[in-house]
Design a protein around this ligand. Structure first.
Ligand SMILES: Nc1ncnc2c1ncn2[C@@H]1O[C@H](COP(=O)(O)OP(=O)(O)OP(=O)(O)O)[C@@H](O)[C@H]1O
Length: 674
C-alpha cells in the first residue's frame, strides 16, 4: 500500500459514510506504568495471594534491613512484628462505620436452615463415630472438609507489619522515591546484595494500596543525623510516582540510626505461619551474626508469640565490593550505557577502566584486532553503532581471565557451621567452602553443609537453600540444589540412608548475579552447568567428610557389638568347659595316664580347686579385652595416624587481616589461613 493508501485510511471520513467513524480513528495502543504492570501481575513478585503476600512483605522488609545494616558494617539487630487487625478494628482505623448484615442471603457464607440442619446432623454423627473409636482405642480420623462450617471466603484478616533495623537509614529527600516509585533502588550496581530489582518494598506498598488502601509509614535516620525523617506515602500507580501524605523531620534525641517501616496489608497468618517461621529460622542459620526479635500479636492470646533468634558471633562477612563488568558478560545495550556514562575520553582508557581483566597492553591488542577504523586514542563517545557491535563481537570471542571472587562475601564456612549447629543441633555436621568460579562472566561461590540428625528435621533429605544469603523457601522442586541432592548424589556410597536418615542439605550460593527464575527470587534454575557442578562437588565434599566419621562410628559400634556378644557367652562357655574338666578328673587311672603332662597338671588343679569356674570366667574376660585392644591397635596402625579420630576446629579472625602470625609451640605450629 502506497503512502496515499495510508493517508486515506486515516483520512477523516465523510459525514454519514461510515458508522464507526470515531472508533476507526482511535488508536488501540496503550501504555502501562511499571507500577501498574506489577500491580496487575503481583504474583511474579511473590504476592500471589493474601497469605503469600504477608510472607513476602515480611521477607522483603527483613532483607532490606539486613542489606542496610551490613552495608555499614553494623551487626544487624532487627525487630519485626506482625499484628492481627480484625475487620472492626480496621473499619475504625479508616473511619468506616461497621454495619450489621440485613440481607443475609446476599452473602457467600449464607446457609439455609435446611442445609444447616443437614450439616449439623452429619457433624453429630461423625462426633459419635469418633467417640466410639476413641473408646476402642482406634486412631481418630480427621473430619472431612465437607462437614465444616458454611462455605464462604471467611473474615478477611488485616495485619500491621513493622520492621525496625539499626542500618544506614535513608537520606531524607530520597525516601519518597525509594518507596513510591517502582524500579528505583540503590542496589543496581554489579555487587552481591540481597535486593536487586528495586521492587520489594514498593510491592508491599502496592499490595497495601490494593488490599487496605492504607499508606506506608517510614521513619529513618542516618548515622550522626540529629533529626529523623518521617514519611507517610502511597503510590500513584498510573504515573508510578510517590504520593506523599506527610514528609517531615523530627527530633532524634537518642541518635538512633536505621529505618522503621510500617505497612498494613491483608494477609493470612494461618496458612503462611509455618513458612514465615521457617524463613526466620533459616535466616538465623545463614546470618548467625544477626539478632532477630519476631513478635506476633493476635486477638487470641494463645496465638501470640515472641521468638528471639540470638546472635552467636560478632564476626560478620565483609561488605561485598562493587565490581566492574567482565567483558564476556556484557551485551550491546550495556556497552552503549557504559560508553554514555564513562568519564574516560578515549577507547583505550575506556576498555582499561570500565571492565575487569583488561590491562593496558591487552586493550591495545584488542583495539588492533578490531580493525583499521579503530585506534587507541579515538574518542569513545564517537563510536558508531556498527563499531560498538564489532567490540561486542570481539568481547564474545576473545579470551579473558576469569573474574576473581574478591568482590563476593560468602557466609563463611564458620558461620554456616555455627548456624546449622545453633538452629538444628545435629548429631554430625560437615561443611565445605568452594573456591570462586564463574558463569557467563559472573563470579560465584558455593558453600555447603550436610547435617545428620538434629531437632525438627524430618527423615530423608531436607533442603535448605540460600542465595546471596537469602533463604529460598518456594519452588523447591525445580531448584538446582534440590535436583542435585535428590538425583545426582549417591547417598548410599557415603553410608547415608536417603530414606531413613535425617539429612540436612544446606547450600549457599553468592554471586554478583544470582540467576533466579522470575522476580520472586524463589529458586535458581538447574540449567547452568557451572553452578550445578559446583553444587554437586560441594555436597560431595561434605559427604566425604561425613563418610569417614560414619565409618569410624560404625566400626566402633561393630567392635562394641562384637565384644558384647563374646562377653555374653562367657558364663555359658566357662560353665560348659568346667563341667567337662570336672568329669575328666573323675576318669579312672588308666584313662588318665593317656593325658600329657600339661593336661594332667590342669586336671590336678581342677581337682584341688586351684582352678574353678570363676577362674575360667576371669581368664576368658581378660582374653576378650586383649583381643579387642589388639584389633583396635592393628586398625590404627593399618590406617595410619592421619585416620585417628579428628575434629575440625574453626577459628575466625576478628578483623579481616590477611597477615596472620604463626603461633609456635614445641609440638605444633598454629597457622591461620585467610
Ligand atoms: N530498611 C532500609 N534501610 C535503608 N534503606 C532501605 C531500607 N529499605 C529500603 N531501602 C532503600 O530503598 C530501596 C528500594 O527498596 P526495594 O525493596 O524496593 O528494592 P531493593 O531492595 O533495591 O531490590 P529488591 O526489589 O530486589 O528487593 C533500596 O534499594 C534501599 O536503598
Amino acid at each position: 500500500m502506497g503512502d496515499n493508501g495510508v493517508s486515506e485510511m486515516f483520512e477523516e471520513p465523510k459525514k454519514g459514510k461510515f458508522k464507526t467513524t470515531k472508533k476507526a480513528k482511535e488508536s488501540v495502543l496503550k501504555q502501562k506504568s511499571p507500577a501498574e504492570f506489577f500491580a496487575e501481575n503481583k504474583n511474579i513478585a511473590g504476592f500471589d495471594n493474601p497469605g503469600k503476600s504477608l510472607y513476602t512483605t515480611v521477607r522483603e522488609l527483613i532483607e532490606n534491613s539486613l542489606d542496610s545494616a551490613e552495608s555499614i558494617n553494623e551487626l544487624p539487630s532487627i525487630e519485626i512484628s506482625v499484628e492481627e487487625i480484625n475487620k472492626m478494628e480496621f473499619n475504625t482505623m479508616i473511619g468506616l462505620v461497621d454495619r450489621d448484615r440485613v440481607d443475609e442471603e446476599l452473602y457467600d457464607d449464607f446457609e439455609s436452615a435446611k442445609v444447616r440442619e443437614k450439616r449439623l446432623a452429619k457433624e453429630a454423627r461423625l462426633q459419635e463415630i469418633q467417640a466410639k473409636n476413641a473408646s476402642l482405642g482406634k486412631k481418630a480420623k480427621e473430619p472431612s472438609t465437607n462437614t465444616k462450617g458454611p462455605k464462604g471466603r471467611g473474615e478477611t484478616s488485616f495485619f500491621k507489619v513493622i520492621c525496625k533495623d539499626n542500618g544506614r537509614g535513608m537520606p531524607h529527600d530520597d525516601i519518597p522515591n525509594m518507596f513510591g516509585r517502582v524500579l528505583s533502588g540503590t542496589k543496581y550496581g554489579l555487587k552481591q546484595t540481597r535486593g536487586k530489582f528495586g521492587l520489594g518494598a514498593k510491592m508491599a506498598l502496592i499490595w497495601s494500596k490494593m488490599s487496605t488502601g492504607l499508606p506506608i509509614e517510614i521513619s529513618s535516620a542516618t548515622k550522626g543525623q540529629n533529626y529523623s525523617s518521617f514519611c507517610r506515602l502511597d503510590i500513584d500507580i498510573h504515573q508510578n510516582i510517590p504520593h506523599i501524605h506527610l514528609h517531615e523531620k523530627r527530633e532524634n534525641k537518642d541518635h538512633w540510626h536505621g529505618a522503621e517501616i510500617q505497612v498494613i496489608i491483608e494477609g493470612n497468618w494461618t496458612t503462611y505461619r509455618s513458612k514465615i517461621l521457617h524463613y526466620m529460622r533459616q535466616m538465623a542459620v545463614i546470618t548467625p551474626y544477626s539478632e532477630f526479635l519476631f513478635k506476633y500479636f493476635s486477638h487470641a492470646a494463645d496465638k501470640n508469640m515472641t521468638i528471639k533468634f540470638a546472635r552467636r558471633t560478632d564476626v560478620m562477612p565483609p561488605v561485598p565490593l562493587e565490581t566492574k563488568h567482565h567483558p564476556s558478560a556484557v551485551d550491546l545495550l550495556l556497552i552503549k550505557r557504559l560508553i554514555s556514562e564513562t568519564s574516560k575520553p578515549n577507547l583505550l582508557q575506556f576498555l582499561q577502566h570500565e571492565f575487569v581483566n583488561i590491562s593496558k597492553s591487552y586493550a591495545e591488542r584488542l583495539i588492533g584486532e578490531m580493525g583499521p577504523d579503530f585506534s587507541p586514542k579515538m574518542f569513545v563517545k564517537s563510536l558508531t553503532s556498527q563499531q560498538i557491535v564489532r567490540i561486542h563481537q570481539l568481547f564474545r570471542q576473545a579470551k579473558f581471565d576469569d573474574p576473581s571472587g574478591d568482590c563476593l562475601s560468602p557466609a563463611g564456612e564458620y558461620n554456616l557451621r555455627l548456624g546449622i549447629i545453633k538452629e538444628l543441633q545435629p548429631d554430625m555436621v560437615a561443611t565445605h567452602a568452594g573456591s570462586p568460579q564463574v558463569f557467563e562472566g559472573h563470579p560465584f561461590i558455593v558453600e555447603a553443609g550436610i547435617s545428620l540428625g538434629g531437632k525438627d528435621v524430618k527423615q530423608g533429605v531436607n533442603i535448605f537453600r540460600f542465595a546471596n544469603r537469602i533463604p529460598l523457601l518456594f519452588e523447591q522442586g525445580a531448584d538446582v540444589v534440590t535436583r542435585t541432592a535428590s538425583k545426582r548424589i549417591n547417598w548410599n556410597s557415603y553410608k547415608i540412608n536417603q530414606i531413613q536418615d535425617k539429612i540436612g542439605v544446606f547450600v549457599s550460593i553468592v554471586s554478583t548475579k544470582i540467576p533466579f527464575k522470575g522476580t520472586g527470587k524463589e529458586y535458581i534454575g538447574d540449567d547452568i552447568t557451572e553452578i550445578s557442578s559446583a553444587v554437586k562437588s560441594s555436597i560431595q565434599q561434605c559427604c566425604n567428610q561425613l563418610k569417614s566419621k560414619i565409618v569410624k562410628k560404625l566400626q566402633a559400634r561393630e567392635r562394641q557389638d562384637r565384644k558384647r556378644n563374646l562377653t555374653r557367652y562367657i558364663p555359658d562357655a566357662s560353665r560348659a568347659v568346667y563341667q567337662i574338666l570336672e568329669e575328666m578328673t573323675r576318669d579312672n587311672e588308666p584313662k588318665r595316664q593317656r593325658y600329657d603332662e600339661k593336661d594332667a597338671e590342669l586336671l590336678d588343679k581342677v581337682e584341688s580347686e586351684q582352678i574353678t569356674e570363676k577362674t575360667l570366667r576371669d581368664n576368658l574376660t581378660q582374653h576378650i579385652e586383649k583381643v579387642d585392644y589388639e584389633m583396635a591397635l592393628e586398625y590404627a596402625t593399618q590406617s595410619g595416624a592421619s585416620e585417628e579420630p579428628r575434629e575440625d576446629i574453626y577459628l575466625n579472625a576478628l578483623e579481616n587481616l590477611p597477615d596472620f602470625i604463626d603461633f609456635h609451640s614445641p609440638v605444633f605450629v598454629l597457622r591461620l589461613i585467610p
